[in-house]
Design a protein around this ligand. Structure first.
Ligand SMILES: Cc1cc2nc3c(=O)[nH]c(=O)nc-3n(C[C@H](O)[C@H](O)[C@H](O)COP(=O)(O)O)c2cc1C
Length: 290
């Protein structure tokens, strides 16, 4: 497999390369779009927004592992109203496909945000974060429960009928076939696989955890083989387009994710470390050069 001709169509969107920036590590894109050429990215996903402002988890929120990072941000964001009033207008027009990500604690919260966003132009896909490992209630639990996933997606589809909807699932799902079936039946257009698995580290000098909230979400290259096996399993269950993520770092990783069945590939931690490199990899795919 080589890079040439890897432009893809996903849920009716033509994307220039399979490389995307997933929700979180690029923030809302404000700084990235000022400093980097994002036009070769297949898409940029803005950090998850919630119905109300969240200050996030107490620090320390990040701990290195030597082979990846554990983060415990806790969905810090200004809330949907402030986001739409103050941040969103400054992003438009966005230089590539713009995806927005939302998380609610209840079906109603998801539905209300989806209804609000149905009236907002300028973004191309709505991603439902059903899987944040860093908040107590709600979304992490929803994504592991087929009935809860079904209920949220049906409500969102009702409120947001005209543009594609992605479901971002947790890494740890006991009944993955049930959740994938629920997504299909409720009208999801794209699966975003996966959010970060739970992880922890301890300081042996004190015996205490490094993170204030003890556990966080693990990301980085060490995840790649685990993610690939899970994507392969989901690909055998569904024809829905898949955005694969979790451990992709290089252009070869992107090709490997595609071998496992992903259509698009998110680079999260790599974006946090060096957005320019991610844009360069995207550019190689967009132009077929390497
Ligand atoms: C610092 C950081 C913040 C993140 N914030 C979010 C978020 O707000 N919403 C979300 O759905 N995923 C979030 N993620 C998960 C990423 O979207 C993605 O699933 C993960 O980073 C992919 O693994 P990788 O970092 O190994 O590429 C975050 C990841 C990191 C590293």
């Amino acid at each position: 497999m080589d890079m040439a001709g890897l432009t893809v169509a996903v849920a009716g969107l033509d994307v220039v390369s399979p490389v995307i920036i997933p929700a979180g590590p690029g923030g809302f894109g404000t700084e990235l779009r000022e400093r980097y050429d994002l036009t070769a990215l297949g898409a940029f996903t803005a950090k998850t927004i919630t119905p109300h402002a969240r200050i996030g988890n107490p620090p320390p929120r990040l701990v290195d592992t030597g082979f990846g990072l554990i983060n415990s941000i806790g969905l810090q964001n200004p809330g949907i109203v402030a986001f739409l009033d103050t941040v969103y207008p400054t992003l438009l027009p966005f230089p590539t496909h713009l995806f927005l990500s939302i998380a609610g604690e209840t079906v109603n919260e998801f539905e209300d945000m989806a209804r609000t966003l149905a009236g907002v132009e300028g973004f191309d896909l709505l991603e439902l974060n059903l899987s944040c490992p860093n908040v107590e209630a709600s979304c992490g639990v929803i994504g592991a429960n087929p009935q809860a996933v079904h209920d949220v997606v049906v409500a969102v589809r009702r409120a947001f009928p005209d543009r594609p909807v992605a479901a971002k699932l947790p890494f740890e799902v006991p009944d993955v076939a049930g959740v994938v079936r629920a997504c299909e039946q409720a009208g999801v257009d794209v699966l975003a696989l996966f959010n970060c698995p739970h992880a922890a580290r301890f300081d042996v000098a004190t015996g205490k955890p490094f993170l204030a909230r003890v556990t966080g979400g693990f990301s980085g290259p060490a995840l790649k083989p685990l993610t690939l096996a899970k994507i392969l399993a989901v690909r055998s269950l569904t024809h829905l387009p898949i955005i694969g993520m979790g451990g992709a770092w290089t252009a070869d990783d992107v090709l490997e994710f595609r071998c496992a069945g992903a259509d698009l590939v998110g680079m999260g931690l790599h974006t946090l470390q060096d957005p320019a490199e991610v844009c360069t990899i995207a550019h190689e795919f967009a132009t077929g050069s390497s």
